[in-house]
Design a protein around this ligand. Structure first.
Ligand code: LLP
Length: 425
């Protein structure tokens, strides 16, 4: 259920009017709902439990890149979440938020030596390795610090996730993962290296998937590969199917997490029973968007209205640097008035002040607005703030976390002097 709803014509985040948050912290401001984050995380954790997986049998590793605010990480960590990271910086965030490093998995095609050393020092759960050179580098680094690194190989199942080309990652032509036909040989290399422990297999085929069929197809391929590895004497402790479940931005109807997980666990249980005498395998997930996407909105104030012959523009104080998704992927986000007005609507493009024609947040929306009104850009919790930049020397938006009737600033707005404080004349 949504925790951004109208009461008396005013949109609230849980019990708090967005107007109040904007008055206190200014705009643009990202507002997140604790209840929504909690429910979304529990949709995974509870489905794992309902399918007979306790602490050891399944691990949900929230994908930090989707929203890395410390308060968000802390909340999820307290609910028992692990973390999927893609940089040393994200690892430092997880630690600063009180997250458990032994529940961290490290993904990404370009891990540096320093990042590997940092992750080994924290004794993370697993490195998701994407190439043979990376295996050799990790082996060297682990040896040099007298440790062993647990590794999983990210395989590329060549499944079409049927999503936006920029966010599909499991096809052959993508830079991600190890080609299926090379997987067995790559596992042989991994097991031959003295400072590595091969513990798992992983894949991630793309993001904003509405149907779980491609995920289950990827699972079948991964299972088949795990059996070939078993025959070759390589047994795995875990299987990580990645993230990717989509959310409703407009009228999309994504598969329910509980349904997807039931189907997935049914296949895995059947497989373990049939081929492995019922020996369990730990199952891991890396969800981002489905946990945080609909738990956040971006609140912005209308600055000017420009009515033209062919188009009307509502110029707002949020821009592409705050929410990159429309400019980058032509992504659609709902735009709703924070206070509903009894007036006739006009059709507007909602644009920011950045000097680029690509700086738009929404196109052709019927809105009854006046300068000074607040708008909520919906479904902005995932890949919003984490992809924000300081283009045009714009300080990044403030972030606020709501919990019931309470709300608190979890990141204050950057000031201009902070933006150039690292520079020298
Ligand atoms: N695991 C790996 C290895 C990933 O690359 C990703 C996302 C995830 C997990 C989390 O996927 P999710 O559950 O959020 O779909 N910026 C784009 C999305 C990029 C996704 C990148 N990888 C957007 O705004 O739509």
């Amino acid at each position: 259920m949504s925790h951004f709803v109208y009461a008396n014509g005013k949109m609230h985040a849980e019990e708090v009017p967005l107007e109040r948050i904007a008055a206190e912290f200014g705009t643009p401001v990202y507002v997140y709902s604790s209840a929504s984050l909690t429910e979304n995380f529990l949709s995974y954790a509870n489905a794992c439990r309902a399918n007979g997986r306790g602490e050891q049998g399944a691990l949900v590793c929230y994908s930090v890149k989707s929203n890395s605010n410390l308060a968000v990480l802390s909340l999820l960590g307290k609910l028992g979440s692990g973390f999927d990271i893609v940089s040393g910086g994200e690892l430092e965030r997880v630690i600063a938020a009180g997250g458990n490093p032994h529940k961290v998995i490290f993904s990404g095609v370009g891990k540096t030596r320093d990042e590997m050393r940092l992750a080994l020092a924290y004794d993370i759960l697993c490195f998701n390795v994407e190439s043979i050179p990376e295996l050799h580098r990790l082996n060297d680094v682990a040896g040099s610090v007298g440790k062993r690194a647990r590794v999983s190989l990210r395989v590329n199942p060549d499944v079409d996730p049927k999503t936006h080309p920029y966010i599909s990652t499991g096809l052959k032509e993508n830079k991600f993962g190890i080609a299926f036909e090379d997987a067995l040989d790559t596992y042989r290399v991994a097991t031959s290296l003295p400072h590595l422990d091969v513990t798992g297999i992983d894949c991630h085929i793309g993001s904003q998937l509405l149907d779980d069929a491609p995920l289950l197809e990827a699972l079948d391929k991964v299972i088949e590969l795990a059996d070939r590895l078993h025959v070759a004497g390589i047994d795995l402790h875990h299987l990580d199917i990645g993230g990717g479940i989509g959310i409703t931005y407009d009228d999309e109807k994504p598969v329910a997490v509980g349904d997807y997980l039931s189907r997935l666990f049914a296949r895995i249980d059947g497989w373990r029973k049939e081929k492995h005498g019922g020996t369990p395998i730990t199952v891991m997930f890396e969800p981002g968007r489905s946990i945080v996407g609909n738990a956040g909105v971006l609140v912005t104030e209308v600055q000017y209205l420009k009515h033209g012959a062919s188009k009307n523009f509502a110029v707002v104080d949020a821009a592409m640097n705050d929410l990159m998704r429309p400019a980058m992927y032509e992504a659609w986000h709902g735009v709703l008035p924070v206070t509903q007005r009894e007036a006739s609507a006009r059709v507007y493009d909602v644009v920011g002040p950045v000097c680029e024609s690509g700086d738009w947040l929404a196109r052709e929306r019927a809105l009854a607005v006046e300068p000074g009104d607040l708008l909520a850009i919906m479904s902005a919790g995932a890949y919003g703030m984490t992809m924000a930049s300081n283009y045009n020397t714009r300080g990044r938006a403030a972030e606020v976390l709501v919990n019931g009737e309470q709300f608190r600033l979890i990141r204050r707005r950057e000031t201009p002097s902070e933006l150039f404080s690292l520079e020298n004349v």
